[in-house]
Design a protein around this ligand. Sequence first.
Ligand SMILES: O=C(O)CCC(=O)C(=O)O
Ligand SMILES: [Fe+2]
Length: 181
Amino acid sequence: MEVLLENLGAKLDNAKIDALIRLKMVNMNFYPTCPNPELMVGVGHHSDLGALTVLLQDGIGGLYVKVEEDIENVAKKGEWVEIPSIDGALVINVDDTLQMISNGKYESAEHRAGTTSTKSRESIPLFTMPMPTVRIEPLPQLVDRDGRAQFREVVFKGYYMNNFFSNAHDGKKSLHFAQLD
Ligand SMILES: O=C(O)CCC(=O)C(=O)O
Ligand SMILES: [Fe+2]
């Protein structure tokens, strides 16, 4: 977090960084084989809600990320790209809270996951997020520089209770709650 924020020219003291990643939550996902993987929902498309997610992969494959903008000779905006499956690799996701505090400079990764018709799959994401009562808003030094805030202030608990956990996964819709026009 410290390095990512410094990269934008924003310096946060340790206590502030700690407040953004204090809460840790682990998921253990198991995806059984599916005869028709193209019909499988698995974990539907979404972005994670906290600061950063560290995701332990097995070697099966099945995690896809949506391309945000055209990357020459690689992929077009809106396409789904499979993350290379390397057993034991850690995939790091940028999450919604980091998008909000960076005033949109970092964009949370929209992703979905499933498995194949021949192999089941396991994944273990570790989510880092703020404590429920922490207020999330774009860092003032970034708002000053950008001229406007892209997100309003939200209490983290309000953000996830009203959005993330009360609706089925639907892309990055949960971020609209905090977005300013
Ligand atoms: O299974 C995966 O690779 C991703 C799971 C996921 O996105 C999640 O649990 O939030
Ligand atoms: Fe996720």
